[in-house]
Design a protein around this ligand. Structure first.
Ligand code: AMP
Length: 286
């Protein structure tokens, strides 16, 4: 008997599966649409010994890529397709920076300059968020998507220790590679909804409502750190810190993706890499 997960996505965690039964020269094919949970139960009964491993355990997807490489857009699309929450350090830090406190003020200055925020502070924020979400309810039962973290090897090592503590697996790393010229063009044309954070681009993805968000009519603004001078600094910082991170993750579940392509094509590739079907096929073969 052969079990095959078809690349047919019918929404969050619901997919079509094909079971092929061969009896001599006769081959019968059955097609089922099942939730991933149901598939897991079926597989457990087919492979009682191997089923002890939790194959649909929470996953951690993380994005490496320069500012403007599409991490935010792809995280948000993947989040709605896979039903996994996003933890974006940039978003968290921007919201912390709005506070009228000395710490908020200092953070505003760092963000506006385009420099990286201190490792200890970012690690503390991410650690407490992950612990809170993982222990406070079901939100991370399918895992989490990290956007913008880690950005240094120290952060990557910290992440490994928190994930191990929480019983999460090592992350699946997605590295979006984009040429500098494309990054500069994208970032200077990037606009973000002041209310919900949705991302638009004046050139490649303008809002159908002009300078207002299509979802909630919020004003579309340019981030303080998306001016050309600051962008150049952020890109230079990224060049310095990215290679050690790539080396850190070499040999693990690491995927280099050509991020110059259309965002929809990139999403398709990411879904192939990140979908729960891949885990099932890896666990049981095809
Ligand atoms: P992003 O929205 O990911 O482009 O991040 C915006 C800004 O937030 C960055 O330019 C940094 O100043 C800060 N930031 C976000 N994530 C991190 C991180 N992991 N480590 C240090 N600084 C970060």
């Amino acid at each position: 008997m052969m079990f095959t997960a078809l690349a047919v996505d019918m929404g969050n965690w619901v997919s079509a599966y094909q079971i092929v039964v061969r009896r001599g020269p006769v081959e019968l094919t059955y097609l089922y649409a099942l939730s991933a949970a149901a598939v897991s139960v079926v597989l457990k009964s087919m492979h009682p010994t191997r089923a002890k491993t939790p194959h649909l355990s929470p996953r951690v997807l993380l994005f490496l890529g320069a500012p403007g490489s599409g991490k935010g857009t792809q995280s948000s699309w993947l989040s709605s397709r896979l039903g996994m929450p996003i933890l974006s350090t940039g978003e968290i830090l921007r919201s912390e920076a709005k506070r009228n406190t000395p710490a908020g003020f200092r953070l505003r200055q760092v963000l506006a300059s385009g420099a990286l925020v201190d490792d200890d502070l970012v690690c503390a924020v991410v650690g407490s968020r992950l612990r809170r979400d993982a222990t406070g309810g079901n939100e991370t039962s399918r895992g989490v998507i990290l956007d913008g973290f880690p950005r240094t090897v120290q952060q990557a090592a910290f992440l490994d220790s928190v994930l191990a503590d929480l019983g999460f697996p090592r992350p699946c790393v997605i590295h979006l590679e984009v040429s500098s010229q494309v990054l500069l063009t994208r970032l200077t044309a990037r606009r973000q909804c002041a209310v919900c954070g949705a991302i638009y681009n004046l050139v490649s993805r303008p809002s159908l409502r002009g300078s207002r968000c299509e979802r909630d009519n919020g004003a579309l603004i340019q981030r303080d750190d998306d001016s050309e001078g600051v962008i150049l600094r952020r890109l230079a910082d990224y060049q310095k810190s990215s290679q050690p991170l790539v080396e850190y993750y070499a040999g693990s579940d690491y995927h280099r993706i050509d991020g110059n392509r259309e965002p929809e094509q990139i999403l398709e590739r990411l879904l192939e890499i990140a979908s729960p079907q891949r885990l099932l096929v890896e666990a049981y073969g095809d």
